[in-house]
Ligand binder design. Structure first.
Ligand code: GDP
Ligand code: MG
Length: 664
């Protein structure tokens, strides 16, 4: 039985490949010590076992879950490693490949998602890549099984027949090379470590790989341990990174082939001259985003949303009411279903059009190639505050959902930069905030909806950047992650890809409607229908009203004069969408138009804006808090995030309301 280990960055298609290559009856367990799924399968009609390793960006792990891969390589020697890469992000993907190739175990690299690469307008000469990297290079499209037959043949071939690739030897700076050689020689001689493995251990140890360092301590590998201070003082890890990166850049440059006509390339560079212009680049970026919000709110989203609301609060609501009355349901149950669930969950679902239009726009920007330019343009601003374009991607992803944004910050190597990005991510206005914005802009800023929403998005960014600078100074963050962005050729987005991307981003919203928003709505219905005296018919006597009234003095200074929004804010911690469903329940209406009128009656433009700012910045939702805890590995940072965001949101809302009221 031979063993093939699948290894690669997250989201490169490893699991898809695994499922295509193996029998369905894969063995699934957990890696010891962590909850990461361990999948082992067998290639059909063969004696080859396949292991699906978790996705990592480097062998120097950030989280405990990611240490699985390094630990696996320290403890096992697979017969073959299949390194799965995303063909259109090779520069970043190959950083991991280099580390694997240095191991000297037979490696096959597959450029997966080759369909995406073809659309970017360039291609790679596989022979050149293979020569430079010293291992076979294949191409696959795991989604439609292209190239899988050939790949499978490679994997099941008797590996001993194939000449294994030699460990990749990079030209590290002289001092680094010397250090590696000395340590490796001594490990081989005095500790009987196999030469190839000793070499790899030395590089990884010098490169400050935490897992390898622990391994060295555990096995008392003195040649490494004794030199630790020297390696660190010389900053050998930076030198190693730079050597790897320039090797990759050189390799890719020599292997890149243009697929598109030179005319196409010329068009791309013409567009780039404009959109990445040092002065105009930023206004163009803002303009494109403004257009995106205009489309999602004023032009398409809001009108569609109106129809959906009419349907839910009209026919559906009265049909449910009728049905429940005829079925003899208790009035309480009827109230829960009609005034609670249909109004509340429905009140969130009506914003599906806005959210999907916005996500479609973002996907189009990504797929056309513009988003990488946006990262480049914002890199300059990010540099000023001590971050770089690398932090821009998690932040943009945070527009969809802060949780995924924070997870995307894993690509940032420097711990301090990563922490800063994690802490500022919740200020990005995620899609869950959109429903409540939509309600308030419709109520108080009917003619400037897109502008107001855009201003909130930008305020979120400004606060995030400001806080980043602040953290940068107090954390004394000096080291920088290296920003790598691939600039593909522009092309017209393809419909199926836009659809896939939009659905990928938006499906979570619909799923949440059925789970946490549903639960939040039941909770707020209970709070608003029960009081100290049990079931109450007057909402003023409910727990929700009591709670809101107790907190009213705290919220008065930021312009809130009724208890309903306060209770809604409390439930909003479950998930921000719940704020708008709670408003439906608390204002006792199942009709969006009626709710908008009521909001219009109890807020002024100033107090509404202050509240929106508060909602933008206050406590992150439960899921985000949990993610901050798991990604930073500390409950302290999660608690800090809650407290600091409350302080910031309250201060800003206070200033806006007080100063705004003076001016009006
Ligand atoms: P993993 O994180 O490496 O295990 O990646 P997955 O197998 O979960 O794949 C991530 C996403 O990429 C899924 O939505 C797949 O459908 C998609 N995907 C996988 N392979 C390909 C491919 O060759 N082409 C395209 N366009 N998408 C792919
Ligand atoms: Mg996977």
């Amino acid at each position: 039985m031979t063993t093939v280990a699948l290894l690669g960055n997250p989201n490169t298609g490893k699991t898809t490949l695994f499922n295509e290559l193996t029998d369905k009856y894969a063995y699934v367990g957990n890696w010891t010590g962590v909850t990461v799924e361990k999948k082992v399968g067998q290639i059909r009609h063969s004696h080859t076992k396949v292991i699906d390793l978790p996705g990592v960006y480097s062998l120097n792990p950030i989280t405990k879950d990611e240490s699985v891969v390094t630990n696996y390589l320290l403890g096992h020697s697979p017969d073959l490693i299949l390194n799965v890469t995303n063909a259109s992000q090779l520069k970043r993907n190959l950083l991991l490949s280099v580390e694997v190739l240095e191991l000297g175990v037979p490696v096959i690299i597959t450029l997966n998602m080759i369909d995406d690469l073809k659309r970017t307008g360039h291609y790679y000469n596989l022979k050149t890549l293979s020569t430079e990297l010293g291992c076979p290079v294949r191409t696959t499209n795991a989604r439609n099984k292209e190239g899988l037959t050939e790949l499978k043949a490679d994997l099941v071939r008797d590996q001993s027949e194939i000449k294994p690739n030699l460990p990749l030897k990079l030209n590290y700076p002289l001092m680094v090379n010397q250090a590696i050689r000395q340590a490796a020689t001594s490990l081989t001689k005095d500790y009987k470590v196999e030469p190839k493995f000793a070499h790899w251990l030395a590089i990884q140890y010098i490169n400050n790989n935490k897992v390898v360092r622990k391994y060295a301590t555990m096995h008392q590998l003195k040649p490494l341990l004794s030199q630790k201070a020297y390696y660190d003082a010389q900053k050998f890890d930076d030198q190693i990174f730079e050597t790897r990166l320039s090797f990759i850049e050189k390799t890719l440059a020599s292997a890149t082939e243009q697929l598109q006509s030179t005319q196409h390339v010329a068009i791309t560079s013409k567009i780039d001259k404009v959109v990445t212009h040092p002065i105009f680049g930023l206004p163009i970026f803002v303009g494109i985003f403004y257009l995106m919000f205009k489309l999602s709110f004023d032009w398409i989203g809001t009108p569609l949303s109106g129809y959906l609301d009419g349907f839910l609060s009209g026919p559906i609501s009265s049909w449910a009411n009728q049905f429940l009355t005829q079925a003899g349901a208790l009035p309480m149950l009827r109230s829960l279903i009609v005034n609670g669930l249909i109004a509340g969950v429905g009140g969130v679902l009506v914003f599906i059009p806005q959210i999907f239009v916005l996500f479609a726009c973002i996907t189009i920007l990504e797929d056309s190639g513009y988003m990488s330019r946006a990262a480049l343009v914002t890199d300059r601003i990010m540099e000023m505050i001590g971050l770089n374009g690398k932090a821009f991607i998690p932040l943009i992803i945070g527009f969809g959902c802060n949780v995924t944004g924070i997870m995307a910050a894993r690509t940032i190597e420097q711990p301090k930069e990563r922490l800063i990005t994690t802490l500022i991510s919740p200020f990005m206005s995620c899609s869950a905030r959109l429903p409540i914005y939509s309600l308030f802009v419709a109520a108080l800023f009917p003619r400037h909806q897109a502008l107001i929403v855009l201003s909130l998005y930008f305020l979120g960014i400004v606060v995030a950047l400001f806080m980043a600078k602040f953290y940068h100074v107090i954390f004394k963050a000096k080291e920088h992650s290296v920003f790598i962005v691939e600039l593909p050729q522009y092309h017209i987005p393809r419909l199926d890809i836009v659809w896939h991307g939009t659905w990928d981003k938006g499906k979570g919203f619909i799923k949440k409607a059925g789970t946490i928003i549903f639960a939040g709505t039941v909770l707020i219905w209970l709070l608003s229908n029960f009081g100290v005296r049990g079931y109450v018919t007057q909402i003023d006597q409910s727990f929700a009203a009591n709670l809101g009234q107790i907190l009213l003095p705290v919220f008065k200074p930021i312009g809130i004069s009724t208890w309903q929004p306060i209770s809604a804010l409390l439930t909003g911690v479950l998930a921000k969408e719940v704020i708008s469903s709670s408003m439906m329940v608390l204002f006792h209406t199942s009709n969006q138009t009626a709710l908008i009128a009521m909001i219009g009656g109890s807020f002024t433009a100033i107090s509404a804006y202050a509240l929106l700012v508060f909602i933008l910045l206050y406590i992150p939702c439960f899921a985000t808090i949990g993610t901050i805890k798991s990604e930073t590995g500390s409950a302290k940072w999660a608690a800090y995030s809650v407290i600091s965001s409350l302080a910031i949101s309250y201060t800003l809302a206070f200033l806006i309301f007080q100063i705004g009221s003076l001016l009006m």
